[in-house]
Design a protein around this ligand. Structure first.
Ligand code: GLC
Length: 537
């Protein structure tokens, strides 16, 4: 697995990325909504965490039907988040601290209020008609059987021009037509705008959706056991990858930029599709999220399988990236803790995330163990929650305000926040954990410092010595002379591992307190203990 990588420091490979959900991070102007000045105010926290890049959730002007994933102006900051001046201030501050800024870029769709769509819907012969996907009725009905990812038909009837338009998500998010050259060129100019401004990369939203089947064939029905046929013709068409490659060429005309793609295909762990978007490893996406760990039960062997599959299938020049949660899914702290021992499992999972070969993405609040908050119906903001209540309450539960302190409103704001703060904020918060040596926050900080200080962890090769037998994962990370050994006990009981060849290891870090500082012959692991060891002989 994973050959030694001798390249020098590359921020998007070796550093840790912080996924910052702007609306919920910190409210500076006290309107209950997080904003750019709020991030600036808390910037020291990010610096101290040791992260090297921030992925900002969408901050462009938007009617917020899907909280920023419906954009009306790709070159403007939404007033609820601040101004372009605020953005430039944040960018400069980040760069002065050696931190990169990654923007969320939504290429599949715009808001239906975007001037392009307003023009496109004006008449059949409008020059921008073909910038979106319009179709006539088929036998008096919808043009294809395609379903929106958010439920219902993906087609919406437009009374005035008597055609349907396609929306793979909400009807307020019409899909762009990437087969149209003018749209393609116009959109690349929007991206160029941000590159010229100095942003360092983009997280590409649902990038595998952007090009659809040229013949608009019906999707085959999903049969159990064959879920990969899901949305066969409405996403993952080869031409999407061609556009990604073109985008990569644009980025490569700048220095040190990065693209990370969201390609979510069931079943998670079937990463063949995802890997296609990495091209030969140096000519398409730089990174693609691997969501598979998120969908595994707490089981060392299953975790190993995910990592092994990902590592074995990646093109030689490509680089993995791992994530435990995001703004669309449940918080990892809750998910891991099905059963008990949430706190212990969160620590083990984070060691894995931060010490594997690959780029770790941390979802804001994960570092203090923020949990899902049950949202009452009247507080639901997510359109999915509104639509599917009570069967599904939506994604708000993992988007609640950052818990800074035990003050009113958790230190996030001085007024009621846009989503209710988690009720546990008075005990789970940054202030409490900041000075506690054994807090989850201190643990994350230490892990990130170790990653930043030991090239074996950030750059090294990966070799598994314990592949989940007896519920233990153990792997070495080696870079030149430096050798690190990471052992993780997934069990609620002790384990002992023997060390081969009379080697001697110094304990750099352990989740538990020990008297001895070195290990020889064997390593004794407490229940849910994780250790990071450095070879000394
Ligand atoms: C992505 C985003 C999600 C959004 C959807 C539509 O999956 O992560 O939040 O709703 O795309 O843009």
């Amino acid at each position: 697995m994973g050959e030694v990588n001798k390249e020098d420091y590359i921020w998007w490979k070796h550093g840790v990325v912080y996924h910052l959900y702007v609306r919920s991070f910190n409210d500076n102007n006290n309107d209950g909504i997080g904003d750019l000045q709020g991030i600036i105010q808390r910037f020291d926290y990010l610096v101290q965490l040791g992260i090297k890049a921030i992925w900002l959730s969408p901050i462009y002007a938007s009617p917020m039907k899907d909280y920023g994933y419906d954009i009306v102006n790709y070159r403007a900051i939404d007033p609820s988040y601040g101004t372009m001046e605020d953005f430039k201030e944040l960018l400069a501050l980040a760069h002065a601290n050696g931190i990169k800024i990654v923007m969320d870029m939504v290429m599949n769709h715009t808001s239906n209020e975007h001037p392009w769509f307003v023009e496109s819907s004006a008449s059949l012969d409008n020059p921008k008609r073909d910038w979106y996907i319009w179709k006539n009725k088929r036998n008096g009905k919808v043009p294809t059987n395609w379903r929106s990812a958010f439920g219902g038909s993906a087609w919406e009837w437009d009374e005035s021009t008597q055609q349907y338009y396609l929306h793979s998500f909400l009807k307020d998010q019409p899909d762009l037509n990437w087969r149209n050259k003018d749209l393609h060129n116009a959109f690349f100019e929007e991206i160029r705008f941000w590159l010229d401004l100095g942003v360092d990369g983009f997280r590409l939203d649902v990038i595998n959706y952007i090009v659809k089947d040229e013949k608009f064939r019906d999707n085959p029905f999903i049969k159990w056991g064959r879920p990969t046929k899901d949305r066969l013709y409405s996403r993952n068409r080869g031409s999407s990858i061609k556009i990604v490659r073109k985008l990569r060429q644009l980025l490569d005309t700048y220095e040190d930029k990065m693209l990370v793609g969201e390609i979510y295909t069931p079943p998670p762990g079937n990463n063949a599709t995802v890997i296609n978007y990495l091209g030969e490893g140096d000519n398409a996406l730089h990174l693609a999220f691997d969501f598979s760990l998120i969908f595994r039960f707490w089981n060392a062997k299953k975790y190993y399988k995910c990592i092994e599959t990902w590592e074995n299938n990646l093109p030689e020049k490509a680089w993995p990236s791992y994530v435990l949660s995001n703004h669309d899914l449940l918080r990892s702290y809750n998910r891991l803790g099905i059963g008990r021992n949430k706190a212990e499992k969160a620590r083990i999972a984070s060691i894995l995330l931060i010490t594997l070969r690959g780029t770790p993405f941390i979802y804001y609040g994960e570092e203090i163990g923020m949990q899902n908050q049950k949202i009452r119906r009247k507080h639901i903001k997510d359109p999915l929650g509104k639509k599917y209540w009570p069967f599904f309450s939506g994604r708000d539960k993992s988007r609640t305000p950052m818990q800074w302190s035990a003050e009113d409103y958790g230190g996030f704001s001085s007024v009621k926040s846009w989503l209710p703060i988690n009720r546990n904020f008075y005990r789970v918060n940054v202030e409490v954990q900041e000075n506690e040596r054994n807090s989850l926050l201190s643990h994350y900080r230490t892990l990130i410092i170790l990653r930043n200080n030991y090239k074996a962890i950030s750059h090294g090769s990966l070799n598994f010595l314990q592949q989940g037998e007896n519920g233990v994962l153990g792997y070495t990370r080696i870079y030149e002379e430096q050798e690190i050994y990471i052992v993780l006990n997934f069990n609620n009981s002790k384990r002992t591992i023997s060390i081969p060849n009379d080697e001697s290891w110094q304990i750099l870090y352990t989740t538990h307190l020990h008297e001895e500082k070195t290990c020889q012959d064997f390593i004794e692991l407490d229940k849910y203990e994780g250790m990071i060891l450095l070879k000394i002989e």
